[in-house]
Design a protein around this ligand. Structure first.
Ligand SMILES: [Fe+2]
Length: 470
């Protein structure tokens, strides 16, 4: 028996396939196949690729379509159509909770789901015990952590539901105190907001200069972190578990995630915590127990061994290497299989990579580090295999290209089991330079999703006049 999980008709459609031993056979994003960023709908190529791994016997859908329809009518949004016929639909937040808890190694945990909105639920807390996930508490539309963040994303001229990560990066360049009080009015205490933020901030009444955008971003990030802290602290007090599973689009805020280590001794955030991860969540919900989680390399397979020697030579000669090999990452981050890897010691590397990527320069690049050296280079006593936390860098002068304006880095830790090839590469770089770290950023054509298949490689090489190692 194989279960197909589907997420579509909102942003970031995806499909996942699991078998009856809990193995994740495939998990892929629609956007990687269609090249439409944050694509709302699944497509034929994604579906064909999934069928290489078997044929589903049952289909699980990631939310309750009719409940959502009701909320869309209630909110004044008309257009909506599900394209999938499914056997069972799970609540939006339950799919998030299942994606998180059933991929974790915990047999008991507090599960927190925070996003913009599901059907009606926007925030929920669940208790995971053994194979059971039970609701503890939930909050409904319009109160929402995600809608608060998205409303300000839109206020400063970015695209809501898509460019929140840019605002998070901008926050490091602003002074949070300038607009802190004003932003606080919209989210004055942990469960309270000024009004329905779904349609944005409509009473700001002040011109916003280019500089203000950075100060507003800093204030929003700061208020968000304070409310998140309060919310999580209460969860820790109420539920008798040292383990946190955090899911929903809000769990993509790596800067805010970092403070949660002061509340919970152990944390699991599935590498695809937003809606794109909910196809796996729906399948897991139908399966009803823990999956056999082996890592996020679950998408399209380019085949081949990890080309360690070729990448190493390229980095030692030209300092930058573009890599596409093996299975694509399931989740928003390139974690080595669709990556640009570079020497982090050279301060000019940041500009060179920015030039290749044709992107805004305030966005930081991430370091990938051998797990055993993480606490020596960064202020962390935990692992971060999927770039979900931003600890302070302890030796910024040695790796200037992977340290953000505020002195932090969005770290990816790697051990031998997680990715033997990438680990070996880091080891070789360490033996040569004494630095167990490389710069790691996503391999994509500007404005497009991560590279996926052979066709994309050809297109990228043509566009950038550079060879991809595979
Ligand atoms: Fe969601």
């Amino acid at each position: 028996m194989k279960i197909l999980g589907v997420n579509e008709t909102s942003h970031d459609a995806s499909m996942s396939l699991i078998d009856d031993s809990g193995n994740i056979l495939f998990a892929g994003h629609a956007e990687r196949y269609s090249k439409i960023k944050n694509d709302w709908y699944t497509n034929e190529n994604l579906s064909y690729d999934l069928h290489n791994y078997g044929h589903p016997d049952a289909i699980a859908y990631y939310e309750k379509p009719y409940l959502k329809r009701l909320r869309l009518l209630f909110g004044g949004y008309a257009d909506w159509k599900p394209t999938v016929k499914y056997d069972k639909a799970f609540e939006h937040h339950y799919s998030h909770a299942a994606a998180g808890y059933y991929t974790s190694s915990f047999d008991n945990a507090a599960i927190v789901v925070l996003d913009a909105i599901g059907e009606f639920t926007t925030s929920s807390v669940w208790i995971g015990k053994g194979s059971d996930i039970k609701l503890h508490k939930k909050w409904s539309y319009p109160f929402s952590f995600g809608l608060f963040y998205s409303a300000f994303t839109s206020l400063i001229g970015l695209k809501p539901n898509e460019e929140e990560y840019i605002m998070m990066g901008m926050a490091a360049y602003g002074d949070p105190d300038i607009y802190r009080d004003k932003v606080s009015e919209y989210f004055p205490s942990v469960y309270k907001q000024k009004y329905n933020l779904h349609k944005g901030i409509h009473d700001w009444n002040q011109d916003i200069t280019e500089n203000d955008k950075f100060h507003i971003a800093a204030a929003v990030q700061s208020v968000y972190e304070d409310r998140l802290w309060d919310f999580m602290y209460i969860v820790r007090q109420e539920l008798d578990s040292p383990n946190l599973v955090f899911m929903g689009g809000c769990a993509l805020n790596s800067k805010a995630n970092t403070i949660l280590w002061d509340i919970f001794p152990d944390i699991w955030i599935m590498p695809n915590p937003g809606d794109a991860g909910s196809s796996l969540g729906a399948a897991a919900a139908m399966y009803g127990k823990h999956l056999n989680w082996q890592g996020p390399y679950l998408g399209y397979d380019l085949g081949g061994e990890y080309p360690v020697d070729k990448i190493f030579d390229e980095i030692m000669t030209n300092k930058i290497a573009a890599v596409a090999t093996g299975r694509a990452e399931y989740g928003p981050r390139a974690l080595g299989n669709r990556s640009i890897l570079a020497d982090p010691r050279d301060p000019s590397i940041k500009d060179k990579v920015n030039k290749i990527k044709k992107r805004e320069e305030f966005r930081p690049f991430a370091p990938v580090i051998m797990e055993e050296y993480a606490s020596e280079w960064f202020d962390m006593d935990y692992t971060s295999p999927y770039m979900q936390y931003t600890p302070r860098c302890l030796k910024p002068e040695l790796i200037p290209s992977v340290v953000h304006q505020d002195g932090t880095s969005r770290v990816q830790t790697v051990n031998k089991k997680q990715h033997p090839g990438l680990y070996k590469l880091l080891e070789m770089f360490y033996n040569e330079t004494g630095v167990p770290i490389l710069l790691n950023t996503s391999l994509n054509i500007k404005g497009q999703p991560l590279l996926n298949d052979e066709k994309d490689i050809v297109e990228w090489e043509k566009a950038y006049g550079q060879k991809i190692i595979r």
